[in-house]
Design a protein around this ligand. Sequence first.
Ligand code: DGL
Length: 277
Amino acid sequence: MQVLLFFEMKNNPIGIFDSGIGGLTVAHAIQEKLPNEQLIYFGDTAHLPYGDKEPYSIKHYSTEIAKFLLEKKVKLIVIACHTASSVAFKEVSKVVGNRALVLNVVDPVIAALQKLRDPEHLVGIIGTKGTIGSNIYPHKLSKLNKSLKLACLETPLLCPMIEEGFINDQISQTVINTYLSEKVLKNITHMVLACTHYPLIKAQITHYYKGNINIIDPSEVVAETAKNLLKEANLLRKESSGLDHHFYVSDYTQSFEQSTRYFFGEKVTLEKGNIWS
Ligand code: DGL
């Protein structure tokens, strides 16, 4: 565990970032689990989607956002994006050093998957080109649970589709069905939603499988891990009074505002995070 330089950080906020609205699923789970904590969210809508970008670009965006969040004096940075967690965790951790804790969204899922020991299990993993192409899941699991079989599939249309608000409609169900009917996913017993946007279409994925498989939404386990990290570092905030969450975007989008209000209520106003201008 990282040792923080400053011990009087209990009341400081938690910083969370993603390319867009996906990380709000994680932010929401963290708010539910840690209602006393103040959240500072950054959605890098100017560079969305991350999934198709070069690792070099994602590392650059992620480290700049981490610096922005550090200026806001965050005590913990949650990389609420599988793509950035897969390719930029090391770089973000290096930039942050001992000024804050850093949590990615992949490791908590790996910790949950390594407990699956039934030889009948076949775990589907769907994510962006960046996440699946990084091979992070097979790579990490090959060291911890060699017998677990994985079926990985890139599903690059899903993030832009969700970001554009195509959810719970016929167009999105057709796209989802097309991906899920790919041969590689045949006979899966579990599915990891390895992109933080995908919990927003969990109902449609469940509909496709008619409840016959176990769908793993990482938000819950990530929120639990965030809680444990803060607890171990003695950084849990005690009181919820005066909480004022902030939501920054690098480009204003209407769907971002709608989604933020959906998760955090009507009073939310988006702020422009001027990192790139
Ligand atoms: N929600 C993100 C992820 O978990 C980003 C997807 C994207 O921007 O392509 O990978």
